[in-house]
Ligand binder design. Structure first.
Ligand SMILES: [Zn+2]
Length: 391
């Protein structure tokens, strides 16, 4: 991915802000980032407080030599002259991003576009940020370098190429340990060990594997999804371990993204998204604005295959593997544009017996074997096609 390099763009600030005093109680712009994906460009503006906004559109103005623009007004935010030079993107879709003080208490974010087909806005918290994805076909012959952190597997016969690249996403990492369980066992470590075991088995089955992280590092949502989409993944598998206040709770559960969620998954969604339980509803509102229905059918199919292989296969070797089921849930990490995605909770760190197992290579290997079996089924079994009659 390419982070923005600053170029000198003279931006006239609306207020001539030199010497204007900043009003009290305003939030700040913390950071502006972007990622160029094959199908779209993502712009992320992070703030020091929660914001609301909407995307508006301005057509190109040839007379004033201005390109087409998308802009967002963000009330209660001070940016001053920090970003008046703008951030150059130049990826054939976006020209750049500028921020300026529109009024004393309002920041305007302007995205200069070459052209676009559609956009979407995500309002995320923890940290507070606006995410604008601008979709369209890129103009120009510039070749972008996508991040390629995975190892390339061998070429597959063309009939298997439909599902080739699996993105393995070990949850948490670095400063975010995830849940902590019996004996101080940390979710981030379990997730990484499981990811490595899974990657080896998938490669042996002919999949190409890309990891969102392959060491103990802090990695944000945008980076996880950037790696997934820029690596042209076909499937996304996020690996986690569960926690519960009651020590007796145990079992395996698998989630996929759907516009609905189940009450039961609220707690898991809150924890995995790093937000409060009551904020899950805000997340849900964002989710309903997105078009997830096309991929949610495949995600559910993937979740069912993987989950049942896990419960059956692991249950044959280990006693008392409880089947907590396949569930719908809102997870930031599953907000991918066009890739079936699931999130696996491989056991409870807070249950003594399961924590003991999750520490051990043999159990993680067995889980990895069964996840692989589910992915192989998904790849090799043709999906049921609804035939239209009368043809
Ligand atoms: Zn987790």
């Amino acid at each position: 991915m390419r982070r923005g390099a600053l170029i000198v763009v003279a931006v006239a600030t609306a207020l001539g802000l030199l010497g204007v005093e900043r009003p009290k109680n305003l939030g700040d712009v913390v950071d502006v980032r972007y990622w160029s994906y094959p199908d779209y460009t993502r712009v992320v503006v992070e703030f020091s407080k929660t914001v609301k906004s909407a995307v508006k559109h301005l057509p190109a103005d040839a007379g004033a030599n201005r390109p087409e623009r998308l802009y967002l007004d963000v009330d209660g935010i001070w940016v001053g002259r920090r970003y008046e030079r703008g951030i150059s993107v130049g990826d054939g879709l976006l020209r750049g991003v500028r921020l300026g003080q529109n009024t004393l208490s309002r920041t305007r974010v302007v995205i200069d576009v070459d052209h676009f087909e559609r956009y979407r806005l995500l309002v995320l918290t923890h940290p507070d940020r606006l995410v604008v994805d601008v979709y369209g076909h890129r103009s120009g012959g510039e070749t972008l370098e996508w991040p390629q952190r995975g190892r390339a597997g061998g070429r597959l016969p063309s009939d298997l190429r439909r599902v080739r690249t699996v993105i393995i996403d070990p949850g948490h990492g670095g400063r975010d340990p995830g849940a902590t369980g019996v004996g101080g066992l940390r979710e981030k470590d379990v997730a990484l060990r499981l990811a490595r075991a899974l990657g080896k088995k998938l490669e042996a089955e002919g999949f190409r594997v890309v990891y969102t992280r392959d060491d103990d590092r802090t990695i944000g949502l945008e980076e996880r999804t950037a790696i997934a989409e820029a690596s042209r993944g076909d499937l996304f598998v996020s690996l986690h371990a569960n926690a519960a206040s009651r020590r007796s709770v145990r079992g395996i559960e698998t989630f996929y993204l759907d516009q609905e969620h189940e009450r039961h998954s609220l707690g898991v969604a809150a924890r995995e998204n790093g937000i409060d339980r009551d904020q899950v509803n805000d997340l849900q509102k964002t989710l309903t604005m997105l078009r997830v229905s096309e991929t949610s059918v495949q995600s559910r199919r993937l979740a069912n295959f993987v989950h049942h292989e896990m419960v059956d296969g692991v249950g044959r070797r280990y006693r008392e593997i409880r089947d907590l089921g396949v569930k719908k849930g809102p997870f930031y990490v599953l907000f991918l544009s066009n890739m079936p995605a699931i999130l696996i909770e491989a056991g409870f760190l807070t249950n003594r017996e399961e924590a003991r197992r999750l520490r051990r290579g043999d159990y993680l290997n067995r889980i990895a074997t069964q996840i692989t079996a589910g992915l192989v089924r998904y790849r090799d079994e043709p999906p049921a096609v609804a035939m239209r009659g009368g043809g």
